[in-house]
Design a protein around this ligand. Structure first.
Ligand code: THU
Length: 526
């Protein structure tokens, strides 16, 4: 069966301010806590997932037997907007925020824009979209100058009357602006805002069009597409990534449709990622400071969730997260610098609480790891920490435990067993073999590995190790330094090392973790 990941972003559903929130003008912000006080709030499915167990959510009921792996994640990027948040989720950290223009765009930008378009500019201030056409529409018609305005977001918006500036020309002006707005003036979006009507009665049309900034580096989406996998974008995901790394897209008219389309996607056969953004939380309720509306939208999602999870296939994993905060009850209408929640649910995922992590990009690394993609981006995969044992891992553990019984241990009394999985899919096991003169003693790991190598095997994928006094496994028995060095010769750095804690239980580690900065064949000229 094909592996599928469903990644749903509850736009702006932050779960508590980050330590650096004051740098972003935010104090006492906590989007989820704020809406949890509303009578509209519903917390049943998300409670079962374990959202109440996440760090800092003690105002919510905890779940003793959660269904999902959960954690809280701090943003590494220096921003709190949708674009930067989603890029980080997709593996790219932004060291500086996208530029905003509270006093309008500088002359140098406008000069270039006027030269390129052959039209002058009106307004050039942060403005409401409806007010700006009321106040400047008539002058625009008379002079042919374009209405340029911005907002608290990183946007360059151009309004023009459809009868006086043909749509295609307006779009072309936007493309020219997009080219000019790069480097330090790389705004998140250039937006065409066409309108119609007579003075005093202007209305905006549905021909709005966004020209987004491309991600500055390769994202998870780019990698998956290159590798021939599906990247299905629902809602504004396509715009956020400027269409890059997407194989199929569908726009929505809000959360209800976004959820319906995501549910429908479960019926499609594909291998890869279905990436949904639910925008209403932010657009309709966060910015408009509507606590009850936000809570009701959250309740709608909470009610919908079981309909999705019950249709999931065995190889599907669902990630639910957010891109920033937008506390509807704090002192301003802007986004808030908050941690985001992460819920990871699926048959193959164990309900581990991962605490607090740093970097939304760990989501990209984990999804890539699960889908077998080579991409890691700037994050670290936590898949080894949440993946349930698969059949191969169980077989490895059984083989290690059986080998342990054959240990030759007249001197130490410690028995050790190891089982290595090779590239050909075979399992080679071994035990420790002691010696009266002590130093010739060979550890279990090396017995197993050398047996395989002497049979012609050169590629290894994983190893399980167990050991203890007598012939019992009570706790992990980690490989010695020499065995780690031998593993570094034959195993890839991210090869799982299963340290058994009992007859059929283990902790999953990696070789890189056991032997960082190792001296391996990569340093030898051959
Ligand atoms: N031993 C192993 O088999 N593997 C290791 O990596 C650590 C140590 C064995 C060697 C010896 O027979 C016994 O454990 C006590 O050191």
């Amino acid at each position: 069966m094909s592996k599928r990941v469903f990644l749903i972003v509850l736009d702006s559903c932050g779960i508590g301010e980050m330590p650096d929130a004051p740098l972003f003008g935010d104090h006492d912000c906590h989007t989820l806590k704020r809406i949890s006080g509303s009578p509209e709030f519903r917390f049943e499915s998300m409670k079962k997932m374990g959202v109440g167990n996440i760090d800092g959510q003690d105002y919510l009921p905890a779940e003793p037997e959660p269904l999902a792996a959960v954690c809280r994640i701090a943003e590494r990027s220096m921003g709190k907007d949708t674009t930067i948040g989603h890029w980080e989720i997709a593996g790219v950290v932004s060291p500086s925020p996208l530029p905003t223009y509270p006093n309008g765009f500088p002359r140098e930008v406008l000069d270039e824009f006027e030269k390129a378009t052959g039209r002058g500019v009106l307004c050039n201030l942060p403005y409401s979209g409806t007010d700006v056409i009321r106040d400047y529409g008539e002058e625009h018609i008379k002079t042919g100058k374009l209405i340029v305005y911005t907002s608290a977001d990183s946007v360059f918006q151009i309004a023009a009357h459809e009868d006086h500036v043909p749509l295609e020309e307006l779009y072309e002006c936007c493309r020219k602006a997009r080219k000019i707005l790069c480097g330090k003036h790389a705004v998140g979006r250039v937006i065409a805002r066409p309108f119609v009507g007579e003075p005093g009665n202007f209305t905006r049309t549905s021909n709005r069009h966004d020209f987004s900034l491309e991600p500055p580096r390769k994202t998870l989406l780019d990698a998956l597409k290159e590798e021939g996998k599906t990247v299905y974008a629902i809602g504004k995901i396509n715009d956020i990534f400027a269409g890059r790394g997407i194989t199929e897209k569908v726009y929505t008219h809000g959360n209800t449709e976004g959820m319906a389309l995501t549910l429908d996607a479960l019926d499609r056969d594909f291998e890869g990622l279905c990436f949904t953004n639910l925008v209403d939380f932010d657009m309709l309720y966060g910015h408009r400071q509507n606590v009850d509306g936000y809570a009701a939208a959250f309740a709608e999602f909470d009610r919908w969730l079981p309909s999705f999870t019950e249709k999931m296939r065995d190889d599907d994993i669902l990630f639910i997260t957010a891109d920033h905060g937008c506390d509807p009850g704090d002192s301003h209408t802007d986004h808030t610098r908050e941690h985001i929640p992460l819920v990871v649910y699926g048959k193959s995922v164990a309900p581990v609480n991962l605490g607090t992590r740093r970097g939304f990009c760990d989501i990209a690394a984990t999804i890539a790891d699960y889908l077998g993609s080579g991409y890691r981006g700037e994050g670290t995969s936590f898949l080894p920490l949440v993946k349930r044992p698969d059949e191969t891992e169980k077989a490895l553990c059984r083989a290690a435990f059986e080998a342990m019984r054959k240990a030759y241990i007249p001197y130490s009394g410690y028995s050790v067993g190891a089982a290595a999985l090779t590239g050909s899919g075979k399992i080679y096991s071994g035990c420790n073999i002691e010696n009266a003169s002590f130093t010739p003693t060979v550890c279990a790991e090396r017995t197993a590995i050398f047996k395989a190598v002497s049979e012609g095997e050169r590629v290894f994928k994983a190893i399980a190790v167990c050991g203890g006094k007598g012939f019992e496994v009570r706790d992990v028995f980690p490989p010695c330094g020499v065995c780690r060095q031998v593993m570094a010769e034959f195993f890839p750095k991210d090869a799982p090392v299963l340290l058994m804690t009992g007859e059929d239980t283990f902790e999953r580690h990696t070789l890189a973790e056991l032997l960082p900065f190792s001296f391996d064949p990569g340093y030898m000229e051959t």
